[in-house]
Design a protein around this ligand. Structure first.
Ligand code: GLN
Length: 244
């Protein structure tokens, strides 16, 4: 996308399966922030009985329980639309179960290894310690004009990155990708993943702008606008875990 008159198509994938944790709100935030930057934007919500369009700009996957997660993976593999969109240069933002699905493999609640979609050098396995539940704060490892990223994590599996997949942030509070509590999320090209619910983009508008930048090539910091309510939400959540 270039120029100012274009419509940014945000494709929300299977909110009926991957909508348990409110991650569908990420679509609304992207649409609004695109509009703040003078773009038109449309949300294309695709339920599990529908075909995924391949011409979207940003594709969103949310979190979900193990059953819907496996079902969503099956449908995504069969549909093929997400992979075609990635081949055409689309941006993907995937949260928790979505993050796990697009990697090489993950382990379900029965302990069975499940194939992922292979869009990311990442392998997910059951975490030996207890389920990671609570506030998750990290320092972004990419320049996005926000000192901390804040979210809420709730996952029983953890994800190991390898190859050219980089972490999104360094954990300050919470667990993140693995029990070691070192890193959170993943970035590979235009694919960005996180364990942050919240929804993540409502708490972290700079992360939304980072995705918009990937999709449009317009630098978000030039248009950076985090309004007072968003600032208030982020600082209120951070105050729970980070001392300034
Ligand atoms: N079922 C996965 C896990 O527990 C993902 C959970 C989620 O999306 N919050 O690890």
């Amino acid at each position: 996308m270039t120029g100012s008159n274009l419509t940014l198509d945000v494709v929300l994938i299977y909110p009926d399966l991957l909508g348990t944790y409110g991650d569908s709100g990420n679509a609304l935030i992207l649409k609004k922030r695109a509009e703040f930057q003078g773009m038109k934007s449309t949300i294309i919500s695709v339920d599990s009985d529908e075909k995924i369009p391949t011409g979207g700009d940003i594709y969103l996957l949310g979190g979900g329980e193990d059953g819907p997660q496996n079902y969503a993976r099956d449908l995504l593999a069969r549909d093929g639309g997400l992979m075609s969109a990635v081949d055409q240069g689309a941006v993907v933002f995937a949260v928790c179960a979505g993050f796990q699905i697009i990697g090489e493999s993950y382990v379900d609640s029965k302990g069975d290894i499940q194939p992922g979609l292979g869009l990311l050098d990442a392998k997910t396995s059951r975490m030996p310690k207890k389920r990671a539940v609570g506030e998750l704060v990290s320092k972004p490892l990419f320049d996005m004009g926000q000192q901390y990223l804040s979210g809420f994590e709730n996952h029983g599996s953890g994800t190991e990155l390898y190859g050219d997949t980089q972490p999104l942030g360094r954990v300050v509070a919470g667990v993140g990708n693995l029990d070691s509590g070192e890193y959170e999320g993943a970035v590979r090209g235009k694919i960005v993943c996180t364990y942050m619910h919240g929804p993540a983009l409502a708490r972290n508008p700079s992360l939304a702008d980072f995705l918009l930048y990937s999709a449009t090539g317009t630098h978000p910091l030039l248009h950076h606008s985090v309004d007072d309510l968003q600032r208030l939400l982020l600082s209120e959540r951070l105050a729970k875990v980070v001392r300034s």
